[in-house]
Design a protein around this ligand. Structure first.
Ligand code: CU
Length: 130
Protein backbone atom coordinates (compact mmCIF):
# COMPACT_ATOMS: atom_id res chain seq x y z
CA UNK A 1 0.00 0.00 0.00
CA UNK A 2 1.24 3.46 -0.78
CA UNK A 3 0.77 6.48 1.44
CA UNK A 4 -2.27 7.74 -0.45
CA UNK A 5 -4.04 4.41 0.01
CA UNK A 6 -3.24 4.37 3.70
CA UNK A 7 -4.41 7.96 4.08
CA UNK A 8 -7.65 7.10 2.27
CA UNK A 9 -8.30 4.19 4.61
CA UNK A 10 -7.73 6.42 7.64
CA UNK A 11 -10.13 9.06 6.31
CA UNK A 12 -12.76 6.44 5.47
CA UNK A 13 -12.49 4.90 8.93
CA UNK A 14 -12.87 8.33 10.48
CA UNK A 15 -16.02 9.00 8.49
CA UNK A 16 -17.52 5.69 9.61
CA UNK A 17 -16.79 6.50 13.25
CA UNK A 18 -18.19 10.03 12.87
CA UNK A 19 -21.37 8.70 11.24
CA UNK A 20 -21.81 6.21 14.05
CA UNK A 21 -21.34 8.85 16.74
CA UNK A 22 -23.74 11.23 14.98
CA UNK A 23 -26.61 8.74 15.15
CA UNK A 24 -26.57 8.80 18.97
CA UNK A 25 -28.12 5.36 19.17
CA UNK A 26 -30.50 5.77 16.27
CA UNK A 27 -30.34 3.68 13.14
CA UNK A 28 -29.78 5.65 9.98
CA UNK A 29 -30.17 4.19 6.54
CA UNK A 30 -28.91 5.53 3.24
CA UNK A 31 -31.96 7.69 2.53
CA UNK A 32 -31.68 9.96 5.57
CA UNK A 33 -34.23 8.11 7.70
CA UNK A 34 -33.28 7.90 11.34
CA UNK A 35 -35.23 5.38 13.42
CA UNK A 36 -35.40 5.25 17.21
CA UNK A 37 -37.03 2.61 19.39
CA UNK A 38 -38.13 4.00 22.74
CA UNK A 39 -39.52 1.98 25.64
CA UNK A 40 -41.74 3.67 28.22
CA UNK A 41 -41.54 2.00 31.59
CA UNK A 42 -41.94 3.25 35.17
CA UNK A 43 -42.73 6.70 33.76
CA UNK A 44 -39.30 6.90 32.18
CA UNK A 45 -38.37 6.79 28.52
CA UNK A 46 -35.43 4.73 27.38
CA UNK A 47 -33.56 6.26 25.69
CA UNK A 48 -34.64 9.62 27.13
CA UNK A 49 -32.65 11.73 24.68
CA UNK A 50 -32.26 11.36 20.92
CA UNK A 51 -30.41 13.37 18.32
CA UNK A 52 -30.93 13.68 14.58
CA UNK A 53 -29.72 16.01 11.89
CA UNK A 54 -31.60 18.73 10.05
CA UNK A 55 -32.99 17.13 6.90
CA UNK A 56 -33.50 13.70 8.43
CA UNK A 57 -36.82 11.95 8.33
CA UNK A 58 -37.19 10.82 11.93
CA UNK A 59 -39.20 7.75 12.88
CA UNK A 60 -39.79 7.02 16.57
CA UNK A 61 -41.34 3.70 17.58
CA UNK A 62 -42.75 3.77 21.10
CA UNK A 63 -43.60 0.83 23.31
CA UNK A 64 -45.53 1.68 26.47
CA UNK A 65 -44.99 -0.94 29.17
CA UNK A 66 -46.75 1.13 31.83
CA UNK A 67 -50.34 0.88 33.09
CA UNK A 68 -51.06 4.48 32.10
CA UNK A 69 -51.11 6.27 28.76
CA UNK A 70 -48.23 8.57 27.88
CA UNK A 71 -48.48 11.56 25.57
CA UNK A 72 -45.84 12.67 23.11
CA UNK A 73 -45.77 15.46 20.55
CA UNK A 74 -43.45 17.86 18.80
CA UNK A 75 -45.38 20.99 17.93
CA UNK A 76 -42.40 22.32 15.97
CA UNK A 77 -42.85 19.50 13.45
CA UNK A 78 -46.61 19.05 13.80
CA UNK A 79 -45.81 15.52 14.94
CA UNK A 80 -47.52 13.19 17.37
CA UNK A 81 -48.78 9.64 17.65
CA UNK A 82 -52.35 8.63 16.64
CA UNK A 83 -54.66 10.09 19.27
CA UNK A 84 -51.78 11.92 20.93
CA UNK A 85 -51.07 9.16 23.46
CA UNK A 86 -49.54 5.72 23.57
CA UNK A 87 -52.02 3.56 25.43
CA UNK A 88 -50.95 1.12 28.17
CA UNK A 89 -49.31 -1.98 26.74
CA UNK A 90 -49.43 -0.62 23.19
CA UNK A 91 -47.02 0.59 20.55
CA UNK A 92 -47.24 3.69 18.40
CA UNK A 93 -45.20 5.43 15.76
CA UNK A 94 -44.32 9.11 15.34
CA UNK A 95 -42.71 10.38 12.16
CA UNK A 96 -41.60 13.79 10.97
CA UNK A 97 -39.11 15.60 8.79
CA UNK A 98 -36.60 17.46 10.94
CA UNK A 99 -36.52 20.71 8.98
CA UNK A 100 -35.02 22.96 11.65
CA UNK A 101 -32.64 23.03 14.60
CA UNK A 102 -34.37 22.45 17.92
CA UNK A 103 -33.83 21.02 21.38
CA UNK A 104 -37.03 20.31 23.25
CA UNK A 105 -38.99 17.86 25.36
CA UNK A 106 -41.47 15.69 23.46
CA UNK A 107 -42.94 14.10 26.59
CA UNK A 108 -46.26 15.86 27.18
CA UNK A 109 -46.86 14.42 30.63
CA UNK A 110 -43.46 15.59 31.75
CA UNK A 111 -43.87 19.23 30.77
CA UNK A 112 -42.26 21.28 28.05
CA UNK A 113 -39.10 22.36 29.82
CA UNK A 114 -36.13 20.13 28.92
CA UNK A 115 -34.18 21.24 31.97
CA UNK A 116 -36.98 20.41 34.38
CA UNK A 117 -36.33 16.92 35.72
CA UNK A 118 -38.88 17.20 38.53
CA UNK A 119 -42.18 16.88 36.65
CA UNK A 120 -45.05 14.85 38.06
CA UNK A 121 -44.39 11.82 35.88
CA UNK A 122 -40.67 12.38 35.78
CA UNK A 123 -40.81 11.84 32.04
CA UNK A 124 -38.38 13.42 29.66
CA UNK A 125 -37.83 12.77 26.00
CA UNK A 126 -35.31 15.28 24.83
CA UNK A 127 -35.23 15.62 21.06
CA UNK A 128 -32.23 17.40 19.61
CA UNK A 129 -32.14 18.32 15.94
CA UNK A 130 -28.67 19.57 15.10
CU1 CU B 1 -47.00 9.99 30.82
Amino acid sequence: MNQITIASIIVAAGLVVAAFLATNGGVQNGSGVKTFDIVMQNNQYQPSEITANVGDRVVINFENKDQVAHGVALAQFNATVPGGHIQPGRTARMEFVADRVVSTDAALCGGPNPTDKTDTHGEELIVNII
